[in-house]
Write a protein that binds this ligand. Structure first.
Ligand code: KIV
Length: 269
């Protein structure tokens, strides 16, 4: 049975942790579904993880929809959330609805996520939900607003009132879940206990209802990017590098292709 937005709420109510990761391609999505991930986010982190950009600000809507399509094909029974990139929902409610619709109708996503809980974001969230599309909120550190915030800043209790206000406004607007990014553990825990909707933490400590990581980070495929909240479960970059070096040397010394890798005339039918 396909996992949907209601399964996240059920998990929160049962006290079961929600597991999520980002994915940007078909095969990674397939593997994540096989591993039992509860939802997959096609994050705007694609700008950095896949396209080598310095921030998520350059994530392109058309590109994200194409990658959402690939992920949805790979994880047909998993909840897929498309992350609305910077510039795709700021202008107006109708712009936000139009682009959210594209994530579902072209990308095959089940829901969208957008950043922030200020009045403008709340208006966009309401408009998208009114059009029948489930929305995931995102509070705390907002990578699309780093120019305004003056960089990547963890949210501590001096920002408590603002954080609580935004999270409750999102819940009131109807989001099915909220991502908590880089928030002091104590604050994230308190807010998680007060909210009815599930909270999904990244750098927000141990007590959110679920956890999400950027898949490239946890697989060791993001170079020397090592923030405290990332745990590398494997160092894929060195495994891949080893294989690439081996291939190069086997081509150069004539070991590859070997007889088992070639077609011979006698095999023709
Ligand atoms: O794009 C992304 O990877 C995200 C995560 C921080 C949750 O939004």
């Amino acid at each position: 049975m396909k996992k949907d937005i209601h399964s996240l709420l059920l998990k929160k109510n049962r006290g079961e942790k929600i597991v999520s990761l980002t994915a940007y391609d078909y095969m990674t999505a397939r593997l994540q579904e096989e591993a039992g991930v509860d939802f997959i986010l096609v994050g705007d982190s694609i700008a950095m993880a896949v396209f080598g950009q310095k921030t998520t600000i350059g994530a392109d809507l058309d590109v994200m929809i194409a990658h959402t399509k690939a992920v949805s094909r790979g994880a047909v029974n998993t909840l897929v959330v498309g992350d609305m990139p910077f510039g795709s929902y700021e202008r107006s409610d109708s712009q936000a609805v139009k682009n959210a619709v594209r994530f579902l109708s072209e990308g095959g996503a089940d829901a969208v996520k957008l950043e922030g809980g200020n009045n403008r974001s709340i208006s966009r969230v309401r408009a998208i939900i009114d059009s029948g599309i489930p929305v995931m909120g995102h509070v705390g550190l907002l990578p699309q607003s780093i120019k305004q915030a003056g960089g990547y800043r963890v949210v501590y209790s001096n920002k408590r009132d603002e954080l609580f206000e935004e999270a409750f406004a999102l819940q009131q607007a109807g989001v099915f879940s909220i991502v908590f990014e880089c928030i002091e553990e104590e604050l994230a825990a308190e807010l998680t206990g007060k909210l009815e909707v599930p909270t999904i933490g990244i750098g927000a400590g141990r007590f959110t209802d679920g956890q999400i990581l950027v898949v490239n980070d946890m697989l060791g495929l993001s170079g020397d990017f090592e923030p405290r909240f990332v745990k590398k479960y494997v160092q894929l970059d060195s495994i891949i590098l080893e294989a690439l070096k081996k291939f190069s040397s086997e081509v150069r010394n004539g070991k590859f292709p070997s007889d088992s890798n070639v077609y011979h005339a006698r095999e023709e039918k």
